[in-house]
Write a protein that binds this ligand. Sequence first.
Ligand SMILES: [Zn+2]
Length: 275
Amino acid sequence: MLHKASAVKRILEREWMGFLMDLQMNAALGKGYRSKAQKIRVMSESWVGGNMFCPCCGNPHIFELKNNEPVADMKCDHCGGIFELKSKEGRVGKKINDGAYATMIERITSATNPELFVMQYSADYTVTDLILVPKFFFVPQIIEKRKPLAPTARRAGWTGCNILYAEIPQQGKISVIKNGIMKSQREVVENYARIKKLETANMNVRSWLFDVLNCVNRIGSNEFCLQEVYAYTEILQKRHINNHNVEAKIRQQLQFLRDKGFIEFLGGGHYKKRF
Ligand SMILES: [Zn+2]
């Protein structure tokens, strides 16, 4: 009994440590860089490298990759997970600016796609929110091609991309820090493990799953019926023009979500959310 009580105390202490974690980035690291983007990049990567555990496996540390790796900023040497970090002052909007379009499309369909950290910070460089988007939530449909740079630009013709952040289902945005409060490591790792059940390598399967999940998320109530999901048939048809049986596809995704424990079948075409 005593042993159990001290174990609980240790967990509470560790969780309390999370609340007390220093969320202030080191502004001195930004000195010597001309652009604000470069300053923030150095400061935010250093903060994550110095403070974050690995959300995928619970390893207490992830480390910065210093050698200008093409796609990743950080790595966990326990599970081998790699991470990209994007940060923004204030709230992240609907889109996140990223690198070259062609590289991004190639990368999200490869095995070496990094997990994405999305950081929000305040004007005094304090981290307010940190969200992890698992790599298996990326589909080509959420990568938007930007206009090529003008012929007069230094990198004329170069085409960048935006990540359509708002189109990623809420289940693919795992909160690590929310409103200045760090979640416990255990909670984050458990959430990641649960969400990982939705991982699928096939891009077509993945995009159907997340499209239907977005529809289910838009239904306001906790319990819903099949007809409410069918209401999105036309929208889904536009996104999957080569498919000729959208309703069957919807039912297939609902079964998958049921099998993975994200919804419950109540019978007679009625369902209950379990997230
Ligand atoms: Zn790890």
